[in-house]
Design a protein around this ligand. Structure first.
Ligand code: CMP
Length: 137
């Protein structure tokens, strides 16, 4: 078993598709280990996305991620990191396969509905950034 960190982003929560995304997560065999609705501050978002701080899209990304509540998740499954990224689809919804989260629920590379960790080290950082140990027990 492996764990990954996922976000249902503000666009998806505002569009009222949180339930549909959670249903797909469970239908695909992930166990929801931890889950919380949270309106991030700009600095919460900046710390989370610190690896992108030099990128031109960083300001827009932190504005967007702090614009409305999002859903923070710890998901567990065999090969969870890869499996969740496959279910999300390409970062840009325009390039994502039909049936993926980003194709079905995302509108643009900025408003792309979901986030997922890209490697075990990233998952460890991202899970510990938002969840305490006892929430992941
Ligand atoms: P996410 O997987 O949450 O990781 C960083 C986010 O930055 C990404 O999804 C996109 O929503 C956003 N982003 C905006 N522009 C770009 C870009 N050119 N390349 C990658 N990510 C981008």
């Amino acid at each position: 078993m492996e764990r990954t960190f996922a976000i249902i982003k503000p666009d998806a929560v505002k569009n009222g598709v949180t339930g549909q995304i959670l249903a797909r997560i469970e239908q695909q065999g992930f166990r929801i280990v931890a889950m919380r609705l949270q309106h991030l501050s700009r600095s919460d978002a900046a710390g989370f996305y610190h690896v992108h701080r030099e990128k031109p899209f960083f300001g827009g990304l932190t504005d967007f991620m702090s614009s409305a509540p999002c859903v923070l998740l710890c998901l567990e499954a065999p090969d969870a990191i890869r499996a969740w990224r496959a279910l999300m689809g390409a970062t840009n919804p325009a390039n994502a396969e039909p049936g993926t989260m980003r194709k079905d629920f995302g509108a643009s590379i900025d408003n792309n509905a979901t986030h997922g960790s890209d490697a075990p080290e990233t998952a460890a950082f991202e899970l510990s950034y938002f969840f305490r140990g006892m929430e992941l027990a």
